[in-house]
Ligand binder design. Structure first.
Ligand code: FAD
Ligand code: EPU
Length: 274
């Protein structure tokens, strides 16, 4: 186990966030000690807005055995979904294609039930192993309250590994589905972001609503509502968390949208007053 003080801006896709004490756990035996004080769990940092002042809790991230995976056995929660997907395509195993282009770790994808209209993480789960209350527990997906971009994991849950439910359909069929998902993502910006900032309201697209409200290009400092897709707030380079947060709230002054990102730290206090 390694404990270091790191800038979370280096560990998040938005590229913002201040310092935290980062505990990198290597085996399940590290978890009881790492969880003895208040903590947060970091995946690939692709759905997080972290305050410029950082977070006071420990940040636990998964290394060591948590990065190991076997598509026909268990996959570590610290493995990247994109690596699994690459291999599953080669083996002709179907189930993860809906997550093509989602830069998540397995644990973060489970926690958020990440996906697209082509499929969600829950669709590919057989069992989930979770550390909480000092021990490892195994759950069936039906027990974990999965819904659109939502799960109801136990308090303090650290997903440690999962057993997937993939179907043999052949490489061509898997690649054809990946191509469909890839095509649906063509309008998304390449600049630094944390994916869609808001959840879609039932039956509509937040991006379409933001676009229709004329909010594309709205800017606070170096943070901007993307011209390419209205639901992406992008870091143009050098944005602060407080600029991004202020922009998020500005959009909500126009539209009643629910934030999809997880917000860490004391951003209310940091909001830019303009
Ligand atoms: P993080 O962002 O690090 O964490 C997210 C949450 O999960 C936090 O609450 C964290 O505490 C928790 N968490 C992480 N790991 C664990 C664990 N092991 N145990 C318990 N809790 C954990 N999302 C979609 O759903 N669909 C998309 O199409 C999509 N496209 C994206 C495109 C881009 C370019 C980017 C940057 C993001 C996109 N996202 C998308 C958002 C994001 O990738 C997902 O929400 C993803 O599931 C987050 O996973 P992560 O590993 O990065 O988790
Ligand atoms: N649209 C606009 N203007 C925009 C954006 C979208 O008019 O600026 C229109 C599109 O033309 C389309 C409709 O809105 O008719 C839907 O757009 P899109 O296909 O891009 O899908 P979305 O609902 O905006 C969802 C997910 C994405 C996922 C894509 C691809 C949410 C909040 N968003 O976007 O997920 O990648 O589908 O399937 O559910 C994420 O959750 O972080 C994320 C990026």
């Amino acid at each position: 186990m390694k404990v270091e003080r790191l800038e979370l801006s280096k560990l998040t896709t938005l590229g913002v966030g201040g310092p935290a004490e980062v505990w990198t756990v290597e085996t399940p035996e590290d978890l009881p000690l790492a969880t003895q004080a208040p903590y947060r769990v970091l995946g690939n940092g692709s759905n997080l807005l972290v305050a410029d002042s950082g977070v006071k809790e420990r940040v636990i991230r998964l290394g060591g055995v948590f990065k190991e995976w076997d598509l026909r056995g268990w996959v570590g929660a610290g493995a990247l979904v994109s690596s699994l997907l690459l291999k599953s395509a080669r083996l002709g195993l179907s189930g993860l294609e809906g997550l093509y282009g989602v830069p998540a770790q397995v644990g973060g994808a489970i926690r958020m039930n990440a996906g697209t209209r082509f499929g969600e993480m829950v669709d590919a789960l057989e069992r989930v192993e979770i550390f909480h209350d000092g021990a490892l527990h195994i759950y069936r997906p039906e027990e974990l309250g999965f819904a659109y971009r939502h799960s109801a994991l136990p308090a303090g849950a650290i997903v440690t590994r999962a057993k997937l439910r993939l179907r043999e359909v052949g490489e061509e069929a898997v690649r054809a589905k990946i191509a469909l998902v890839d095509a649906a993502r063509k309008g998304q910006p390449k600049k630094k972001s944390a994916g869609c900032a808001f959840k879609n309201p039932v039956g509509d697209s937040a991006g379409r609503l933001i676009d229709r409200a004329g909010l594309k290009g709205l800017t606070v400092g170096r943070a901007m509502v993307s011209h390419e897709h209205g639901n992406f707030i992008v870091n143009l380079g050098g944005a602060t968390a407080r600029e991004i947060y202020t922009l998020l709230r500005r959009v909500q002054q126009f539209l009643p949208l629910e934030v999809e990102w997880e917000i860490w730290g004391n951003l209310e206090a940091e909001e830019v007053r303009v």
